[in-house]
Design a protein. Sequence first.
Length: 420
Amino acid sequence: MNALLLHALLRAACGLHPPAAGLRTHGPVSRASSHTARGPPAPLLLQQGDLSLRQTLETCKLACDSISELVEQIYERVGGADGQGAASPGVTLKPDQSFFTLADGLVQGLLLRLLRRRVAHIVGEEDATAVQLEAPPYAAGGTVAPRELEGLVARVRAEVDRLAAGLPEGALPLTAFVDPIDGTREFCTGGGEACTICIGFADERGAAIGGLVYRPLEKPRTWAMGSAREQYARSSLRAAGGAGRGEGEGFLTSGRAVSPFLTKLREVLGMRRLAVGGAGNKALMLLEGTGACYIQDRGLSRWDTCAAEAVLAAHGGLVVKLTRFANGGELESYRYLRSEVNLDFEPGVCRLTRYNAAKGALPQLAKAAGAPLLVESAAQLNPYSNTCGVVALASSEPAVLLRYREAIQRAASTSPPEYD
């Protein structure tokens, strides 16, 4: 590796990259203990009234504590607990063939009630217009909540409204990205331990500056939250998975088929594959030590990574674009803003798929009849698709970054990433 690249990576790892068109991650902060922040607090740049982003995250965590009981009850009723949920009448398929359940809609509706006065914008994975929470029968996406759950829905809604009332009126200049149930496929097929509620906050430039990732179907609940900007990190996690060096390290992947690039990269790194669901779950596994890295060249969205990026950054890690890291050693983040166009589009890099295509591009996809179709215009993409890949690590130390960059380059030389 040449000296210029080494210098650039060292500067990036310390937060010293010069400004450029995209966004960089913040430099690492000292990892806090599992339950309290360490060191003197940074200025609370986002204060309004008497509440900081830290306090907003704490409120989100309390809301998730309450919401989890509802998630658990729905999980049992749709059949997720016995692995039969995919065939349940409470489960539907969205146009891109991904799963949707009553839990997805109700949880997003509850989080919108919590945050709508606190932030300027909220971007959620699900269609908020299809959620009915004002009075029974409660429903989401055409699925009506069972009558025996109506009392619980009302109690959880009342608790969320109580917590929301404790947040001052007057929105912070933030955009919240919400994935109400990250890992819906796992929710429907008996893998509830991999499901998370993800709430991320981005500033006016689109930088992820705070977040919470919360597992609602574990007892005790496990979660991590924080804001590197406020030097604040707190968590309650599973016991360390014991992933050490060499063959013991966990290379986190989805539970389904992976690209030849990822297969080659795992071999180059000398790691064992851990196939697990949920992007938020993988972020927590990085902090728990079960996984060493989560590198993906395909199929994620902004709501999958906003909270994870903020949480990992608060605990000393990072989430950056694979394209920029692989090609130039840059630590460039996605931009998390409400938008009608994809703000991180790179011409000729990714393939058009049913998961990342804008509605107007679906006829082009159908016409291609399965042949690879490279995206040439941002208008072809869903505004919130992450089509530049992801590198997620629990540590942003220079030596760690250099190791992964070299391995990615070696793997890509024979099996290039399959961006989509």
